[in-house]
Design a protein around this ligand. Structure first.
Ligand code: ZN
Ligand code: ZN
Length: 412
């Protein structure tokens, strides 16, 4: 049976850079494996959402997995929560949170509590024990993510994600009161719950042993949780329900892992893979080779190119692209199955912009029987000549699963 391997190089696409004599980082990078695959395969221009629309990594991956983000996306909180291992139920309202430092007037002194790394599990556990007085039927679930980040979930009847952030998004500002963003009892109730949580979390955290210890060490206390990005857990049919394929994903970044989890994919964490440009992506490749023995569809997400682009690190971007090329080369030596391989990105993150844009992203698809086009290099410029033309995220899985013989006939 044919297998499908989808490799997403986050933010890989870029623009013509003067310091590269008008080339892009992908063109400047030495990528013999990608180029060979492009030459033997079919190529195209990829837009995860639509031309000119800068995707987030969450909406971009939703679209790549075949879910229309315009229909299903309410915010990133639920994906972060799923990504850190909270099993969400429909109707849960999830926020992204920062452990932060405030003074006695609730003015933010440090949005990341000195980039706290130790004791976050204990702090999150203390917050999870909060029993709300205004809503005894609502459960509070808090789980630590990397550094100062936490996921906060409210579970109970009649909640709404249509409420405002409490995070003022700047130092020196007071924390904001949560307000309903629509005239509904659910939004009013949720805002009240959030405001009680803010008050209670400040009380609990202020006297927590972790913070008493931090004070002794002269470190800023993590004495509040700033909440943002409320979203509501939805029920969406899994990839298996839609396409009858078993799928797995390897993603170090909680946000992307969460999207894959919500799509019903088995998610695997790989030692040494941390989403940075130094990530041990070789271990991801090795893990994917194993997964392909049991799963029909495997996705590998590589965050490094996006990370480097946000940091304006041209050299880092080129290096991680080259390392991804070697990773794929090693993998191909070890895969025996009939394989359809796609390599693309969820969006462009041009270095000079330092953020996501709606520019074109190259897409290559390689596998037995595919008619090669004239493209002989994996890059933005060559992709413009590709035989696939322009492909959008929602079409990607059908194209791949069609080659792999897994799409059902439409009609008789
Ligand atoms: Zn991304
Ligand atoms: Zn990014």
């Amino acid at each position: 049976m044919a297998k499908v391997l989808l490799i997403i190089l986050d933010g890989v696409a870029d623009r013509a850079l003067p310091e590269l004599n008008g080339k892009t980082p992908l063109e400047a990078a030495d990528t013999p494996t990608f180029d060979e695959l492009a030459k033997e395969g079919i190529n195209g221009i990829f837009y995860a959402i639509a031309p000119g629309i800068p995707p987030g990594s969450d909406t971009g991956h939703l679209a790549i997995l075949g879910y229309d983000p315009i229909k299903v996306y309410t915010g990133r909180g639920v994906f972060e929560a799923a990504g850190v291992g909270i099993e969400l139920k429909p109707g849960d309202v999830a926020f992204r949170g920062n452990l932060a430092t405030v003074d006695e007037n609730l003015t933010v002194l440090d949005r990341r509590a000195g980039r706290i790394t130790e004791g976050t599990h204990e702090l999150a556990a203390a917050l999870s024990s909060i029993k709300l007085e205004t809503a005894p039927d609502v459960e509070v679930i808090v789980k630590e993510a990397t550094e100062h980040r936490v996921a906060v979930v409210f579970r109970g009847p009649s909640l709404s994600h249509r409420v405002s952030d409490t995070d003022p998004h700047k130092v020196g500002a007071k924390i904001l009161e949560c307000q309903p963003l629509e005239d509904s009892p659910q939004a009013q109730r949720t805002a009240q719950i959030v405001n009680e949580f803010m008050k209670r979390s400040h009380e609990i955290l202020s006297s927590h042993p972790v913070n008493i210890q931090r004070a002794k060490e002269g470190k800023p206390p993590a004495n509040i949780v700033l909440l943002r990005g409320p979203s509501i857990a939805m029920t969406i049919p899994s990839i298996e329900q839609r396409f009858s394929v078993k799928s797995a994903a390897i993603a170090a970044v909680a946000l992307v892992r969460g999207v894959c989890k919500i799509a019903g994919m088995t998610t695997v964490e790989v030692p040494g893979a941390d989403g940075s440009i130094y990530s041990k992506i070789e271990n991801k490749g090795a893990a994917a080779v194993e997964l392909l023995k049991t799963y029909d569809l495997v996705l590998i997400h590589i965050k490094g190119p996006d990370e480097a682009s946000h940091d304006g690190d041209l050299e880092g971007k080129i290096k991680i692209i080259e390392r991804a090329d070697r990773m794929v080369s090693k993998m191909l030596d070890k895969i025996d199955a009939k394989l359809y391989l796609a390599i693309t990105g969820d969006h462009a993150t041009p270095l000079r912009v330092g953020d996501h844009t709606g520019d074109l992203v190259p897409l290559l698809i390689h596998g037995p029987g595919i008619i090669p086009d004239e493209v002989d290099e994996f890059c933005e410029r060559a992709a413009m000549k590709g035989g696939l033309g322009q492909v959008r995220g929602l079409d990607l899985l059908p194209i791949l699963l069609n080659y792999a013989g897994k799409m059902k006939k439409f009609g008789a």
